[in-house]
Design a protein around this ligand. Structure first.
Ligand code: SAH
Ligand code: SF4
Ligand code: F3S
Length: 479
């Protein structure tokens, strides 16, 4: 589930540290930490710098960690130099992502001697566990995503003189409920509804790094959505590695499609997004919910990974090309257009030229609105590690480039067809250039547009498309 790409076709795992200033002011009306958190003064406990790699689930976990630390009297700062606590929320999905963490940690080797505490959170923490202390002995905290609620206790142990502290359980559902979440977007709120993964795709670390599947109680999800609406959020994005495998643990036993509907029914909510959907659990009632309720966004991210049934079998993806294409046909029959995006891996062990051709032909058949593509990367503990990583790096790069070229052409043609259409846009960006704004359509297309209005951020406006490139649209405010 990669985050929105910069170039449209590729990639995630870009390091990012973001300010979390907006939410607190929105909660309090004044930027004073002590008034919110019962007399704990900002920075009383120290300062923290938090950098996040990986998918939206990690982004959202960081929002929770930041909220938790702020509520315990820590103050967030924007540089590691200014921090007494340096935290990395890490991603392990491909080798490069994991390597980046260790090279970044290397940069902070000296910081420990300055008295700073360095902690590794997230998927690399979970996967490598105590080995991180061996590779980077200057690290004193290693904590996986299921243990974040224990962070204050773990930090207290460090303050009490412990040299090394870990939190590595994977099967708790304590992750869902957080007292304070410091959301970094004032209009769109992430909400994790299902943690972990019970699928066993042969290339994937997620079942190891995030543990078994656990769904959050529907009443607790809806309670949070109502609070979010009161705080002024109008768009909610439900998150999970297999979000549509959601299984309500309460006696209500809400289906995923019913939950979508119930979230959309909350007063003040105008858009409901969800990601990532697994093809095997993508059932007709989800499409029916999209048809019935316009607030449920007309965009489905449905990773296919390969267009070859033979490769899909080797990947243990639990569906064939034909079954996947039937899911696409189901969406194409809907009474309103649904944008479809995907993820693809090239160079999986044993992928032949003809398997790869099948992936290209799938692109032509589905005509995705956008896709994320990756070179296969062998990962620790995964079943495909035992298969020989037979495709050379050079050949993987070639296949990736061919695939991306093909997709660029498809996107350019599809976007050109949108010229003259008018879409509702949630305005989320303001350009330095005067009168230029940007935002997303319900189908998650990025659009840059001109408007003479003085303030549009956070509002919904109608935008007419006047031009298109492969990765974004240009338009003008239609009044
Ligand atoms: N849960 C989601 C995907 C999570 S990971 C799903 O099932 O679709 C996001 C994407 O990273 C995957 O869809 C896949 O395309 C890619 N990916 C995962 N493991 C990989 C690996 N070992 N090598 C290359 N790409 C990988
Ligand atoms: Fe990984 Fe497969 Fe689970 Fe997605 S469904 S997180 S690719 S194991
Ligand atoms: Fe997400 Fe990377 Fe972990 S994609 S679940 S942060 S391995």
């Amino acid at each position: 589930m990669p985050r929105q790409s910069k170039g449209g076709v590729i990639n995630c795992d870009l390091g990012m540290s973001k300010p979390f200033d907006i939410e607190l002011e929105r909660l309090t009306g004044r930027p004073s930490y002590s008034q919110v958190f019962g007399g704990v003064a900002a920075g009383q406990r120290g300062t923290f710098f938090l950098e996040t790699f990986g998918c939206q689930m990690n982004d959202h976990d960081s929002e929770k960690v930041a909220g938790l630390l702020l509520s315990r009297g820590y103050q967030q700062v924007q540089t590691p130099e200014a921090a007494s606590l340096i935290l990395y929320n890490t991603c392990s999905i491909r080798e490069k992502a994991a390597q980046k963490v260790f090279s970044r940690l290397g940069e902070y080797r000296e910081k420990q001697s300055e008295g700073k505490v360095i902690g590794v959170l997230g998927c690399v923490a979970q996967q490598e566990g105590e080995d991180i202390f061996k590779r980077a002995p200057w690290v004193s905290l290693v904590c996986g995503s299921a243990s974040y609620r224990k962070l204050p206790e773990m930090l207290a142990q460090l303050e009490a003189g412990n040299q090394r502290v870990t939190g590595l359980d994977t099967d708790t559902d304590e992750t869902f409920e957080t007292e304070v979440t410091r959301r970094d977007n004032p209009w769109r709120a992430y909400l994790t509804i299902i943690e972990g993964c019970d699928k066993a795709c042969s290339y994937c670390v997620v079942p190891f790094t995030r543990g078994p599947e656990r769904s959050r109680a529907s009443d607790s999800i809806l309670r949070e959505v109502r609070q979010l609406a009161v705080l002024g959020y109008s768009e909610v994005q439900l998150l999970g590695q297999t979000v549509n495998s959601y299984a309500d643990p309460t006696p209500r036993r809400m289906r995923f499609s019913e939950l979508l509907q119930a979230v959309a029914d909350v007063q003040g909510i105008r858009r409901v997004r969800f990601t990532t959907s697994h093809p095997s659990d993508f059932t007709p009632d989800i499409v029916e919910a999209i048809e019935r309720q316009p607030k449920i966004c007309d965009h489905v991210h449905l990773p296919v990974q390969s267009g070859s049934t033979r490769v899909l079998r080797a990947m243990q993806r639990t569906y064939s090309r034909e079954e996947y294409v039937e899911k696409i046909a189901m969406m194409r029959r809907a009474n309103r257009p649904i944008a479809i995006t995907t993820d693809i891996i090239v160079g999986f062990p044993g992928e032949t030229e003809s398997d790869f051709e099948e992936t290209l032909s799938l692109l032509d058949e589905v005509r995705y609105d956008s896709l994320f593509s990756f070179k296969y990367s062998p990962r620790p503990n995964t079943p495909s590690l035992a298969m020989s990583d037979s495709i050379s790096e050079e050949e993987k790069s070639r296949r990736l480039a061919v695939l991306q070229d093909r997709q660029r052409e498809i996107q350019a043609a599809k976007n050109a067809e949108l010229a003259g259409h008018t879409f509702e846009v949630l305005v989320s960006g303001k350009s330095r250039r005067e009168n230029q704004w940007s935002g997303y359509t319900t189908s998650h297309r990025m659009i840059n547009f001109a408007s003479q209005e003085r303030e549009l951020l956070g509002t919904y406006v109608q935008v007419r498309v006047t031009g298109a490139g492969p990765n974004s649209l240009a338009g003008e405010h239609a009044v």
